[in-house]
Structure formats: C-alpha cells, structure tokens
Design a protein around this ligand. Structure first.
Ligand code: ATP
Length: 254
C-alpha cells in the first residue's frame, strides 16, 4: 500500500492513500426536497476533516449518510472499504447534534453501556477523558448543562477505537473561551495513525488550527475539498478567506 507523509505544523504522521470515505453520485431527498444532490468525493484517512458550510447546506445529512443513519435516494456510499448500511456503526463512531443520551444514566453508567454495545470502546480512555473534561462520573446526563452534556457526548464518541469518528457540531453549546483547548485536548486522545475524524462546524476560524482538510458544502453540494496546508502555502488563504471566496463565486450562488 502506498503511503504519504503529512507534515508540519502538525506532527508527522503516515497516512494511507486509501480513502476512508467515498461517495459516488449520491443524492438524498426528503419528500420533494433534495438535502444533498449528486455528491461525488473521497476523504483521506488519518486526518481531521472539517465539514463547513451555511445552515441547510447538507452537512448533517452527509454525516448521516456516512453513519448509515440515512439511506441515499440514489448513488452509493463506502466507508472503510464497505458499502454503508446500518451495520457500518461497527466501524463508525457517530456524535449526533441532537441530545441523544439517556438522561437518567450517570456518566459512569453511560461508559459501561457504550462498552457493552461497542466492542471497540476503550473504558480506560473514556475515564481519562472524563477526568480531563472535569466531568463527575456519578452525575446524571439529564442534570448536566448544555456545554457539559456536549463534553460528555464527545468523550463517548472519541473513546471508541473506530476507524471513522463523525461529529456533528461538537462545539455547539461549549463556552467560546474553552472550545478550542477542549477540542484540541480531546483530539489528542485519538490515534490518527488508525483513525479519521470528520466534524461539521460553523466555528470555522476556531477550528482551523486543528484541521488537516476542509470540505466546503453549499446548497446540498460539495463545493471543494482542500488540504489546509495547501490552502495556506499555495493560495495564501485562511480557511475563512477560502470559504468566502468560494461562496462568492457565481456558480455557488443560488
Ligand atoms: N429529516 C428531514 N426531513 C426533511 N428535510 C430534511 C431532513 N433533514 C434535513 N432536511 C433538509 O435538508 C437540507 C439540508 O439539511 P442538513 O441538516 O443536512 O444541513 P446542515 O448543513 O447540517 O444545516 P445546519 O448547519 O443548519 O445544521 C435542509 O433544507 C433541511 O431542511
């Protein structure tokens, strides 16, 4: 298998060229309206990939298609070399943007529950992350503030040793002052030699230092997928500049 080096400013890592995610002419329609249309793209493995775009541009739908939680109306989706069905949850960890935790379970009980459901769940890692997040093991999910609930959901999603971790708006509800450091700390628990993170976000400037790759969506389509280092070195653009220039292009306007 061919390998390429991904270098500074992040630490050197070796990633395979085999895409972790592949979409081929995928559309998803809800009743009469297309949420995403004709998506064809691949995402590289061993990276932190940010999915950015305006409200309603199709980010959540695309993540759900990767997680096997939505079926394509047409087209095909592969993750980790397998065509996606609901069974893909064996190799995909998914953090929803909805409040989906059982409110009466404590953090500790949720860790046990996840460990029972997912064989790749790392209990020791989860406890370490819980501590890092300053969450109390015996506190019930329903008693947590929105921000702390978001932290707990991240702990649970990132504690799986799954090849693909999907996070839908992981920063929503988190205090802006701690958002970046929390995410940076949590991501350090992930083994990017074997795992890939794809996360949707509106916090484009804050997330940029953490990302390797950005995928821009508009009106249910993928506008572009770019390596962040290339954007900086070849185009001299920040992520925000790039997003603004791409969305201002006539073909991307409604
Ligand atoms: N279950 C659903 N039923 C009907 N329409 C849906 C459903 N899910 C998404 N849509 C529609 O599909 C489009 C794309 O929605 P999606 O949630 O994927 O966008 P998004 O980029 O994640 O938005 P946001 O940034 O606001 O979360 C929107 O027009 C939305 O109303």
């Amino acid at each position: 298998m061919t390998v390429i080096e991904v270098g500074s400013p992040k630490e050197e890592r070796v990633v395979t060229e085999t895409p972790i995610v592949r979409f081929e002419q995928v559309s998803k329609r809800y009743r009469l309206r297309y949420a995403v249309r004709d998506l064809t793209f691949s995402l590289p493995s061993g990276r932190i990939i940010g999915m950015i775009g305006a409200n309603g541009s199709g980010k959540s739908t695309t993540l759900k298609l990767m997680a096997g939680l939505a079926n394509p109306t047409s087209g095909r989706v592969w993750v980790y070399g397998q065509e996606v069905t609901r069974r893909i949850s064996r190799v995909v960890s998914y953090l929803s943007d909805q409040d989906a935790l059982y409110p009466f379970y404590t953090a500790d009980e949720l860790i046990s529950f996840y460990a029972a459901v997912f064989p790749d769940f790392d209990v020791a890692k989860a406890r370490e992350m819980l501590d890092f997040m300053q969450l109390l093991p015996r506190q019930r999910a329903g008693e947590l503030s929105k921000g702390n609930l978001g932290r707990l959901k991240m702990v649970l999603a990132l504690s799986r040793n799954a090849p693909l971790i999907l996070m839908d708006e992981p920063l929503s509800g988190l205090d802006p002052l701690v958002r970046q450091s929390i995410l940076k700390g949590l991501v350090s628990f992930v083994d990017l030699g074997r795992q890939t993170i794809v996360m949707s976000t509106h916090e484009v400037a804050e997330i940029e230092p953490l990302l390797d790759t950005a995928m821009l969506m508009a009106d249910g389509r993928v506008v572009d997928v770019r390596d962040i280092d290339d954007l900086r070195s070849q185009d001299g653009l920040t992520l925000v500049d790039w997003m603004a220039s791409k969305l201002a292009a006539p073909q991307n306007r409604r």
